[in-house]
Ligand binder design. Sequence first.
Ligand SMILES: CC(C)(COP(=O)(O)OP(=O)(O)OC[C@H]1O[C@@H](n2cnc3c(N)ncnc32)[C@H](O)[C@@H]1OP(=O)(O)O)[C@@H](O)C(=O)NCCC(=O)NCCS
Length: 334
Amino acid sequence: MTWNATIVGTGLGVPSKVVTNKDFEKMVDTSDEWIRTRTGICERRFIDRDKGETLETIALQAGKKALENAKTKPEDIDLIIFATTSPDTFMPNMSCRMTASLGLVNAAAIDQNAACSGFVLGMHTADSFIRSGQYKNIMVIGGEALSSALDMKDRSTCVLFGDGAGAAIVQAVENADLSKDSVILGSKFYAKADVKESLSMAGGGTRTPYWHEDFAKVGPYIRMQGQDVFKEATRGMVRAAKEVMAQCEVMPSDIKWFVPHQANLRIIEMVGKMLEIPSEKTYINLDRWGNTSAATVITCLAEMEEKNMINKGDLVLMDVFGGGFSYGALLARW
Ligand SMILES: CC(C)(COP(=O)(O)OP(=O)(O)OC[C@H]1O[C@@H](n2cnc3c(N)ncnc32)[C@H](O)[C@@H]1OP(=O)(O)O)[C@@H](O)C(=O)NCCC(=O)NCCS
């Protein structure tokens, strides 16, 4: 008997506050034109604390919708994987929190921190667990409230990120025919240590806790050397996507939808060109969401499903890069 994983439902969690590039013009020395042309971002969403929104509330919205779309009962979920770099609290972690808010009474719970690669790495983990026969119904959530980690005086980072959440339900299929059934066909992940800490949230961990005298120097914020990250992201995403296509014996022309990490439109275009996947096959929501880190790919997939853009049998290639550095790709037949 063999087991494979299939994606049976997705859901979106949408923060209510919309922040436009024009809003940033009032906070830092920037312009709508600079942000659009250098990144492709027009607006992003932040959780609204005044309305009681947290990462958990938007993840709950995504998780409920995914269960509904997958026609799956909360008690049938046997594992939840929550990918995030911006948990409401480090302890209890997000996946344990969600077992209560979603009523996952029979689930084990894992948080995975792989920054922007988080959701797809979570799907890679879910696929491996299902192939091993260990779990049958897994919820994978990618969610971030990174607005809380933005230095609103640092124009080179604060305009880039947004909040958001999405969830997918992944189910076990017995003895699938890999040549035609709807399954995850393959995935490949790598890490390359970011020794220079070109992309980091240095303060608030145990190396420099909040009470430490050095905390004021590093702060609780995301810091980034954008050009270093740009080069590594392009290199990593191209490598991973090429290797997954080779592993699954799939040509770029076979791909129906390319769903890359949404950090910068120029990275997406460059990677697409190097992979020979045309822009018409590439899904973009960066313009409306900014970089939602672990949530980028799943918010794309959930939106595409809401718009009925993905048909049964379509080959969907997900391709990500994130802090750490961590990068990888996953190919699924819908
Ligand atoms: C961040 C990023 C958009 C910057 O674009 P860039 O073309 O590399 O721009 P640079 O960093 O070279 O900065 C060019 C100039 O714009 C300025 N600048 C930076 N942010 C700005 C902003 N929001 N508005 C206006 N000017 C800005 C810089 O200060 C610099 O000015 P200077 O030449 O006077 O020093 C780009 O490097 C990027 O997207 N990198 C990858 C980010 C990423 O993928 N992150 C997440 C990975 S998971």
